[in-house]
Design a protein. Structure first.
Length: 96
């Protein structure tokens, strides 16, 4: 976080309004060394490093979108027929 803050200051961003937008951790190549054991044996001495990816973004104020003209929705003949059936109720006469 300190590194990200110093990078933001270098790019002339407002550090107070920064928020974490994305963060990910990936495995890096494993470091392998040797450790010396008793009776002349050698054992592994491994490290498990990682890469941390962090993306910060300035918090922006929301802007209202301009109102667009609403186009009338077009229906197919089949859709209009289905709507008529829903409005009219049971047209088949299959009641009890």
């Amino acid at each position: 976080l300190k590194n990200a803050e110093s990078n933001a200051e270098f790019k002339n961003l407002d550090t107070e309004s920064l928020k974490i937008w994305h963060i990910a951790v990936h495995e890096a190549q494993q470091g392998r060394r040797r450790t010396y054991r008793a009776h002349g044996r050698i054992g592994p001495y491994c490290s498990c490093p990682c890469h941390v990816e962090m993306i910060l973004q300035e918090d922006v104020e929301p802007v209202e979108a301009a109102k667009e003209d609403v186009k009338p929705r077009r229906f197919t003949k089949k859709q209009l027929a289905m709507r008529r059936l829903k409005v009219g109720g049971d047209q088949c006469g299959g009641g009890v």
